[in-house]
Design a protein around this ligand. Structure first.
Ligand code: GLY
Ligand code: MN
Ligand code: MN
Length: 433
């Protein structure tokens, strides 16, 4: 589907009115010296326009006689372009990006009210660009003072976009498969490099190089490279520990490729061999992960998959004596939460925690899975170093395994299979070191 078809689909779902989107803000790295943090377009903005420049406003007006898609952009400026690169300008906005009308940003105050005239409903996501929020409120107030029929209500465009973005079209799926393959290949490089005595950041560097050399733009999110007890810290990202023989390394990292992110976790033994205790925990998590993949099909929902993970993780922990008593009772009393304290799935796409329906519906269910939806499956077990109620042999072990799946007509496709995860494959590829 092209950007034009996405805009049309969005406008078809609007109840008339006007939608306004602002490009992502630019951030300076340090005060006042024009050194910006590498720019990334806002995901909704990119989804609807493919336009990647900052300081841009997109206006969609389904009921306008001629202009349904309007861009306000930075003007061409040969002097500035020497510093920051070519701009599309007004001509490019129309010719390359298909705007029905395009203006420079300084024409906003003059032109925008013309499109807002007679608009009852304004679709606008406030709260991310405060200066622009104020400008929008000023426009609305101007209409109200003049009593000349400006917007009566402001609606979050996410009420339409969340549902659109959760089902990926064929082009998006191709890019997402590529993001997954690029990431998986870097995990294979990690298996070649990993050995005791390295620092966590050296493994991060292997990942960085692996992604960038294959054309990925950046990491999809801050990489977690946590060895030994750091594997039990869910959002660890210092990545600076000296890795020891006999420990596990948990890596949660993936590439962003053409704006779409993968999201992978693997847990590897640093010396190439799992200890019996590490293996026991790993096998439980892998069994849970594979059962969740098998449970993914149209008609199921993310809560079903989470419950599948909880059942297997809890019964595994009971079998090892880490949880005591009856499995069902442990599930009811949520005792597993000491060792598994996060969700199993989230939507994936332009954002690593992508837009989509997360909430439980009135019928007590989450959105039913349908072909083209992409999400993660990521069960884990984390036994803190100081978990005094646990046999000391298991303390400080953290294992998570995370794959990405696309829902198909009768099940799912795992896109991240190229990152090794079976014990046999890991141990053979590492060959003991
Ligand atoms: N990497 C973030 C997550 O797994 O949710
Ligand atoms: Mn992850
Ligand atoms: Mn994830």
């Amino acid at each position: 589907m092209s950007y034009a078809s996405r805009r049309q689909a969005f406008m078809d779902k609007m109840q008339g009115g006007v939608a306004i989107f602002h490009s992502a803000p630019e951030f300076l790295r340090s005060g006042g010296h024009n050194i910006e943090i590498s720019y990334r377009q806002d995901s909704d903005f990119y989804y609807l326009t493919g336009f990647t420049e900052p300081e841009t406003i997109c206006v969609l007006v389904p009921e306008h006689p001629e202009h349904h898609f309007i861009l306000f952009v930075r003007p061409r400026d040969p002097q500035m372009e020497v510093w920051t690169g070519k701009r599309a300008g007004v001509e490019g906005a129309q010719e390359t990006y298909g705007a029905d009308a395009a203006y420079t940003l300084d024409q906003l105050a003059e032109k925008l009210p013309e499109y807002l005239k007679g608009c009852q409903t304004l679709y606008y996501n406030s709260g991310t660009e405060h200066a622009f929020d104020e400008q929008m409120i000023a426009f609305i107030n101007r209409f109200r003072r003049a009593m000349s029929g400006g917007p009566r209500q402001v609606v979050d465009p996410g009420s339409i976009l969340n549902e659109m973005r959760v089902v990926k079209d064929a082009e998006e799926l191709e890019v997402m498969r590529k993001a997954a393959q690029v990431s998986g290949a870097a995990y294979r490089d990690v298996l070649k490099a990993l050995k005791p005595g390295m620092y966590e950041y050296e493994i991060q560097a292997v990942l960085d190089y692996g992604y960038l050399k294959q054309g990925a733009a950046r990491h999809g999110y801050s990489p977690i490279v946590g060895s030994g007890p750091n594997a039990t810290i869910l959002h660890y990202d210092q990545n600076n520990r000296h890795m020891q023989d006999g420990e596990l390394l948990l890596i949660d990292s993936a590439a962003e490729y053409q704006y779409y992110s993968a999201d992978i976790t693997r847990t590897y033994p640093i010396n190439g061999r799992f200890t019996p205790e590490q293996r026991a925990i790993y096998e439980i998590v892998l069994e849970a992960e594979e059962a969740c993949i098998a449970a993914t099909k149209p008609g199921a929902d993310l809560a079903d998959i989470h419950n599948t993970a909880i059942e297997i993780l809890t019964s595994g922990l009971v079998a090892l004596g880490i949880l005591k008593g009856d499995v069902q009772q442990n599930i009811e009393e949520k005792t597993y939460r000491q060792f598994y304290m996060h969700g199993t799935c989230h939507w994936l796409g332009l954002d690593v925690h992508d837009r989509g329906p997360y909430r439980v519906t009135e019928k007590g269910r989450q959105a039913e899975l349908a072909p083209g939806m992409v999400f993660t499956i990521e069960p884990g077990i984390y036994i803190a170093e100081d978990a005094e109620n646990v046999d000391p042999r298991y303390r400080g072990i953290g294992v998570r395994i995370e794959d990405n799946v696309v829902v198909t007509q009768d099940g799912c496709e795992v896109t991240t299979g190229s990152a090794p995860k079976s014990i046999e494959e890991i141990e053979v590829l590492m060959g003991g070191r």
